[in-house]
Ligand binder design. Structure first.
Ligand SMILES: Nc1ncnc2c1ncn2[C@@H]1O[C@H](COP(=O)(O)OP(=O)(O)O)[C@@H](O)[C@H]1O
Ligand SMILES: [Mg+2]
Length: 380
């Protein structure tokens, strides 16, 4: 079970919109999702058409010990459940004032959860108080939505520090990822801000960006996730892409492991991936080394006469990959080595054994060797 807190002390940056729509898009991709509304303003509850005042028991009762999580859950869609909130939750801080483990209440309630979920998303209030601490202690990952028009470097640095401190205090590291939101493609300044975010926080910024979209706003006001309201809108596509990126990390758990062994400026070797695709407009490379995000971490791209070459720094290890040719995901036609990936499909596999071993042997080699159709391990 992956527990992800959607957190930022700033209001209006898209936390609730992200919580609802990421939850719905994960559910649409066959993941079982529980969305916990941890904001007394109950916007996530409202956003899923549950009336806060009618939810007899919600997160206040869960945190105060009057009810279990299983008891308050409302089923919204086949794979999407909600633990609702209402204004009563604003009194929880007072209620828990004398409780010694008051910051661990949510974590302990989650540990007792009977119903199995693949994902738990926690929509946090716009403050760093007891509720947000509870969310951070209960999660392994945090997504920080950042409005691209009002990006506050200081705010994000402060929040990262807080999260790091909490990680140290509780003895587990929380993976923090920034999600650029409300991006206005037409505004030049928004592009500048997005560039700055990626420059300063590139390592921890998600590849997905959420564009400004009226449909997202309308969906929220009608109490519907975007999957139900406008499944052909740009907002839908953005949140689906985010869900795919989040899901990709399921298979890319090894990414961090590889990061210390090879990926990075100090690494000495890498793989030259190549595919012959004459007539293709666009060829990208995705694998567990880049979280299955097409072309992320690809260092160089060369296209000559329909032969696309992509270089990626990779240390010793075994990696799964596919080419994305004009949006179609394909195995490497020149690589006989494949494995089943966690999404049920087949992926090509490259094994980096030492710095200079050429990996693919049975491809159509044209001289010199590295201009052939397969992928090679080469010294950087
Ligand atoms: N990508 C978007 N495009 C247009 N409006 C958005 C977008 N994301 C959020 N909003 C709107 O901005 C407001 C604040 O968003 P919300 O998700 O409630 O932020 P938070 O939970 O961080 O306070 C809401 O009215 C919401 O509908
Ligand atoms: Mg909110």
């Amino acid at each position: 079970m992956r527990v992800i807190a959607i957190v930022n002390q700033k209001g209006g940056c898209g936390k609730t919109t992200t919580a609802i729509n990421l939850a719905a898009c994960l559910a649409a991709q066959s993941r079982k999702v529980l969305l916990i509304d941890l904001d007394p303003q109950a916007h996530a509850t409202l956003g899923l058409s549950v009336k806060p005042e009618e939810a007899e028991r919600g997160m206040y009762e869960v945190l105060s010990g009057e009810a279990t999580l299983d008891e308050v859950i409302a089923q919204i869609l086949p794979n999407l459940a909600l633990a609702p909130s209402n204004i009563a939750l604003s009194a929880i801080e007072q209620f828990l004032a004398g409780t010694p483990e008051r910051e661990r209440q949510l974590a302990s309630r989650l540990a007792m959860l009977q119903e199995p979920f693949d994902y738990v998303l926690i929509d946090c209030p716009p403050s760093v108080g007891l509720l947000t601490f509870n969310a951070l202690i209960a999660c392994q990952e945090a997504i920080v939505p950042v409005e691209t028009s009002f990006f506050s470097l200081q705010g994000v640095v402060k929040l990262s520090e807080t999260i790091k401190l909490i990680g140290e205090k509780i003895g587990h590291e929380i993976t923090v990822q920034i999600l650029p939101t409300k991006f206005d493609r037409r505004a030049g300044y928004a592009k500048d801000i997005l560039l700055k975010v990626r420059e300063r926080f590139g390592e921890i910024t998600l590849a997905s960006t959420i564009n400004l979209s009226d449909k997202l706003r309308e969906a929220a006001s009608l109490g519907l996730p975007i999957t139900e309201y406008a499944p052909d809108s740009a907002g839908f596509k953005d949140y689906m892409a985010l869900a795919r990126e989040v899901i990709a990390a399921e298979t890319a758990r090894g990414r961090d492991r590889h990061a210390s062994t090879g990926v990075g400026p100090q690494s000495r070797s890498g793989v030259l991936f190549a595919i012959r695709a004459p007539g293709a407009h666009d060829v990208k490379l995705a694998g567990d080394f880049n979280g299955w995000i097409p072309d992320r971490d690809v260092l160089s791209v060369k296209e000559e006469g329909g032969l696309w070459k992509k270089f990626v720094f990779l240390g010793p290890g075994s990696y799964q990959y596919k080419f994305v040719v004009d949006d179609e995901w394909r195995e490497d036609p020149n690589n006989a080595l494949t494995a089943q990936d966690s999404l049920g499909g087949q992926s090509s596999v490259v094994i980096v054994e030492s710095l200079t071993v050429a990996f693919v042997k049975d491809h159509a080699v044209t001289a010199p060797a590295q201009s052939g159709g397969g992928s090679h391990v080469v010294p950087a």
